[in-house]
Design a protein. Structure first.
Length: 269
């Protein structure tokens, strides 16, 4: 049993791995650039977690649907909500609704967990915090993958919906604080990697008295090369990141949560 558990922990990346370059360039095809009335927000999108939702966000950005829309529901410590063409809850685009993508299959190979509580593991997929089923399920996996889901920490990007679960469409929201009760109930499609300070400055209200707007929303790959943001993210298998995890876990002790960590991002020349 000890040998089997060790194999599972190695698969989750808890027992070491070969060294790799410390920084990974962000893919401009999966980087969303949102220019708001308060400043610029950059979001790394996660198609491996929510391919349909990411494709929809890209489509609406490229159609210009998001340009000029208000942050119509902004709750301090909770969410900044936008993306409805009528600037209030209930609006949708001309495209059909999307199925819920609240869980996904995570390939065990290459995944490095930050921690492994008794009921699962927590870690990152790119910049996005995730949680998974237990290591014991990894032992039973027949396809090299396990069930995982996005963790609704501050800065995480979610897909809005109506009361019915399969009604995602155009509404999106960004976490102003952490709210793990949303896990496995709403689709996670990315996380803010630059502009968390801007996200926290958006005017509060339901609706705000003077709502902020998304002035222009673009996929970075569509921007002229000279204007395109160039970013790299610290790899979660790098010594620097593992040291960050150790420091954070020591500081937080028993109160440690995956929401206490953000993967560092740098601006490249």
């Amino acid at each position: 049993m000890i040998r089997k558990l060790s194999a599972a922990l190695f698969a989750f990346g808890l027992l070491g791995a070969a060294p790799a370059p410390e920084w990974r360039p962000l893919d401009p095809e999966n980087l969303l650039v949102i220019d708001t009335t308060k400043g610029r927000i950059l979001v790394e999108m996660a198609p491996d977690m929510a391919p349909l939702s990411v494709a929809r966000v890209k489509l609406l950005a490229r159609e210009g649907v998001y340009d000029g829309l208000q942050f119509h529901r902004v709750i301090e410590g909770f969410v900044n909500q936008t993306g409805n063409p009528d600037n209030k809850d209930g609006g949708v685009s001309r495209h059909p609704d999307l199925p819920l993508e609240a869980t996904f299959k995570l390939k065990i190979a290459g995944y490095r967990a930050v921690a492994a509580p008794s009921d699962g593991t927590v870690g990152f997929l790119g910049s996005v915090p995730i949680a998974t089923v237990s290591g014991q399920e990894a032992l039973r996996s027949t396809d090299g993958a396990i069930r995982a889901w996005g963790a609704y920490c501050q800065g995480v990007a979610g897909m809005g919906r109506q009361e019915a679960r399969n009604t995602g469409n155009s509404e999106i929201f960004f976490m102003r604080g952490s709210s793990r009760r949303l896990d496995r109930d709403y689709t996670v499609w990315g996380r803010i990697v630059v502009g968390s300070d801007i996200n926290s400055l958006l005017s509060v209200g339901e609706p705000p008295a003077a709502p902020d707007r998304m002035l222009k929303v673009r996929v970075a790959a569509d921007m002229p090369a000279a204007d395109r943001p160039r970013l790299s993210i610290l790899r979660d298998d790098s010594p620097e990141f593992r040291a960050l995890v150790r420091r954070t876990r020591i500081a937080k002790g028993a109160d440690f949560s995956i929401c206490d960590l953000e993967v560092p991002v740098r601006v490249d020349p």
